[in-house]
Design a protein around this ligand. Sequence first.
Ligand SMILES: Nc1ncnc2c1ncn2[C@@H]1O[C@H](COP(=O)(O)OP(=O)(O)OP(=O)(O)O)[C@@H](O)[C@H]1O
Length: 310
Amino acid sequence: MSTTPLLETRSLSFRFGKRPILHDVNLLVEPGSIYGFLGPNGAGKSTTMRLLLGLLRPAAGSVHLFGHNLAQHRVALLNRVGALIENPSLYDHLTGRENVEATRRLRGVAASRTAEVLALVGLSDNAHRPAREYSLGMRQRLGLAIALLSDPDLLLLDEPTNGLDPNGIIEMRELLRELREQHGKTIVVSSHLIGEIEKVATHVGVIQLGSLVFQGSLRELQQLQTGRARLVLETASADTCRNLLPRLLTDAVATAPGTLWLQWVSNQHTAEVAAALVAAGQPLYGLRLEQPSLEDTFLHLTEAKPELVK
Ligand SMILES: Nc1ncnc2c1ncn2[C@@H]1O[C@H](COP(=O)(O)OP(=O)(O)OP(=O)(O)O)[C@@H](O)[C@H]1O
């Protein structure tokens, strides 16, 4: 069964003046997902978010929200989107509740929503305090409350945990999970930290130098990580082993006179390599599996050329 993506970009490109910033970006966000939009600083995440919100105009390509072209139905489509772009602009002298109220009136949203959104982000008990007394985490949650006023189907959050302490990061993560699981929101959340995204995202897009270098489910990213596992083999002479076992060791790389690295395939293959070495009369001093971390895989992706996009 195929569903219409909630958000899609088609060959989206952007330039600042003559400088190309985004190249042919094809994002695909399924309804009900938390899409982690990952990339190092300067990769183009904020620019993409601004294009998704119609705040910048593409040099080429298009943005589609809920199956419709943003350029043609801007107001109607953006009514269904809530956004938090970096730090929310708040009135520091007003209370949390008054900050929400100010936007609620402006947008003509029902009065009952103020208490609802404050409760949703866990700020009911602090709603009477002026925003200047709020921690950064509370400010982010207040910004999110304001973004939730019109009960949007899609939330676009640009680095919402930037600068938060570990507690604030956990609270934000739990809030995103709750918004998806209990309120059916689809969320796009950008970050430069894979460690944060892997804990909350169902899908991941990785951007590097303005190009999407990976897009898929978190599971597919983890599979890519497993595929990068390698066997490290310690023996007396790497060259002798390679000569004796050309079929098994053609692609092995000698990193030291007695050390070979080869791509990990399966447990069976590992056992076959070990048995073959011993049968060939070669000493086996060590055999270990090295699994790169997801962080390594992310770094690998963001160092690689953009050929991995599906
Ligand atoms: N107003 C601007 N004029 C010219 N270049 C810009 C402007 N804003 C951003 N850029 C450039 O566009 C590129 C992408 O920036 P962008 O802010 O989208 O990246 P990012 O992935 O969000 O990174 P960060 O997390 O550091 O904001 C960068 O090279 C940046 O220098």
